[in-house]
Each structure stands twice: as C-alpha cells, then as structure tokens.
Design a protein around this ligand. Structure first.
Ligand SMILES: Nc1nc2c(ncn2[C@@H]2O[C@H](COP(=O)(O)OP(=O)(O)OP(=O)(O)O)[C@@H](O)[C@H]2O)c(=O)[nH]1
Ligand SMILES: [Mg+2]
Length: 297
C-alpha cells in the first residue's frame, strides 16, 4: 500500500481544481473560467486497493495585491511543505509567461518528487507537445511529465499511475470512504460563489465573497435552510449582483439551490443577501471568518 499527500499547484486558471475533481471522481472544489477561483487549500481523498492519494488543491500562484491574495498565495506555497508529491499543473495552451520562472524557483527549494502535468492538451496541436516536454525537461529533473486534459480525462489515468508510483509506502491516513475536509456549510458557500463567478465579469469575480449566516439541517418539514451573505466592495457592485429587478441574484440562487439539493439529497431553502463592505479583501477579521488562514500558516 502507498499513501501520502499530493499538492496540486500552478498558476491561476491552469485547471488544478478541474483535475482534483477528476482524480477524486467527485466535485470537491469549485471551477470557473475566471482566474483566482480557489481561495483556500482543499483536500480531496481518493482511496483504491493499492493506494490512498490525499490531494491538496491550492489557490493559483500570482502576484498578490490585497491581503486576501497574500493569504491565498501563502496557502499555495505552504502546501509545498510536508507533502510527498507535487503536481505542477501547467496550462499548455497558454504562451509561456513569467510565472514559469517563479514556479521553477519555488520548486527548486523542495525535495519531494515533482510531476509536471501539461494540461488542456485538447486545445493543442499534437506536434507542439514533444518540443514543450523537452523544453521543460531541460529546466529541471521532473519525476515525470504527463500531458493531460483535466476536462476530457485524457491522460489522467497515466498521471494517477505516476503519482502513485511516486508516493511512499505506508498505511492510509484517512478512512477509505473519506472524501474531503471541507465542511458542508463551506461547500454550500462555495457552490453559491461558483454560480456567481459564472455570471459575473470584470472586477466582480475578485470583489465578491460568500459567507454562511445560517445552516440548518432539514427539520420536520424536510426542508434544509441555508442563508448566505454575498459581500461586495461598492454599492454599484451590489446593483450588478442583484441585477435588473433582482433577476441576477434570483438566477444565481436557483442554480445554487438545484445543485445543493442534489448534493444534500434534500429540498432546500436558500436565502441570499448582498452586503457592501468596502475593502473587505484587506480586512483580516473577514478573511479569518472566511477561513482563509493567517499569513505564514
Ligand atoms: N479546454 C480545457 N479547459 C480546461 C481544462 N482543464 C480546465 N479547464 C478550464 O479552465 C478553467 C479553469 O479551471 P479551474 O480548474 O478552475 O482552474 P484552477 O487552476 O483551479 O484555477 P484557480 O482556482 O483560479 O487557481 C475552467 O474554465 C476549466 O473548465 C482542460 O483540460 N481543457
Ligand atoms: Mg481552483
């Protein structure tokens, strides 16, 4: 038996959360086409007869402009400590940017085996892959370089085999049916945020957060009750999130409710409120409440 922690790291939007969900086989982490979707470390555990992989999804590594972002990047770089395997998820469909050097420098400091997952190959001309693989191989010694598409599942079995081969021998750390460390109420807030991100553009994805006010298991009427507060930074943003005649927040609420009803397998009453909190991204107390972890942790 092999077992251990596997960190998924990389730039924002590279496909880390999509890959986590695929490797685990369940939706654990929310996904969006906007960068900086994941804000905290999220565990997803996959147990097979031969191995237990404890995957750690992380926020994308970027230049932080707010305290929230500094905490996000800390969560990502902190995940590199004390893990058994690192998977660097790289968007192979994007032109090579400065972020590559930064991540290579980070990886130079760690001892754990590093696997490079060249993601989004469904968007790539096949002949570009080999030169890209040799260019990366020239930069550092990778345990393996595996082309994948987290979206279609192409190459994911090969990646999983490489991950398991790189894990140390050991007994499972979690029960075989353990899936994630994410609390149900946090998951509910994340699903609401995912639906918001889907509809918002420009700066709105970055200036919104979702906090759970109330989370009640189904009572005698069989109805689960969840109340969330959507934080924005300005009154004008509140108007956008509400939409004309409230149609935007209604749509977000319906989409989130339907998904959460499936997930919790119950009928659900979902109450969403929008509140303006200027500069919440620099408010340590709110960041604590969001479970974003303190600097250096
Ligand atoms: N075409 C294609 N799109 C992908 C693939 N993997 C992920 N995506 C898309 O890329 C976008 C970002 O995916 P995420 O999984 O949220 O990326 P992430 O690395 O977790 O991003 P952050 O949480 O912001 O750091 C989404 O629109 C995904 O559907 C892939 O293999 N092919
Ligand atoms: Mg993510």
């Amino acid at each position: 038996m092999r077992a251990g922690f596997v960190a998924l790291i990389g730039r924002p939007n590279a496909g880390k959360s999509t890959l986590l969900n695929r490797l685990v086989g369940e939706k654990v982490s929310i996904v969006s086409d906007k960068p900086q979707t994941t804000r905290t470390r999220i565990l997803g555990v996959k147990t097979t007869p031969e191995a237990q992989c404890v995957y750690v999804d992380t926020p994308g590594i970027h230049k932080p402009m707010h305290r929230m972002n500094a905490r996000m990047v800390d969560a990502a770089t902190g995940a590199l400590r004390d893990v058994d395997v690192v998977v660097w998820v790289y968007d192979a469909s994007e032109p090579v940017g400065r972020g590559v050097h930064y991540i290579l420098d980070l990886l130079a400091k760690i001892d754990a085996p590093v696997i490079l997952a060249l993601n989004k190959i469904d968007r790539l001309a096949k002949q570009t892959l080999l030169p890209m693989m040799s260019a990366f191989a020239a930069r550092r010694a990778f345990h393996a370089i595996v082309p994948i598409s987290a979206l279609t599942g192409d190459g994911d079995a090969a990646l999983e085999q490489e991950i398991i081969a790189a894990l140390p021998e050991g007994e499972p750390l979690y029960p075989a049916d353990y899936l994630t460390d994410q609390a149900e109420r946090t998951y509910a807030a994340e699903i609401v945020r995912e639906k918001l991100l889907h509809h918002l553009r420009e700066e709105l994805p970055y200036t919104t957060a979702v906090l759970v006010d109330r989370f009640e298991e189904p009572g005698d009427d069989g109805l689960m009750r969840i109340a969330c507060v959507i934080l924005v930074e300005a009154a004008s943003q509140k108007g956008i999130v509400l939409g004309k005649g409230g149609d935007m927040i209604k749509r977000v609420g319906t989409e989130a409710r339907l998904e959460l009803e499936r997930f919790f397998d119950t009928r659900l009453f979902l109450d969403l409120h929008v509140k303006v909190r200027g500069e919440w991204r620099n408010d340590e107390r709110i960041l604590d409440e969001m479970g974003l972890g303190k600097r250096g942790h």
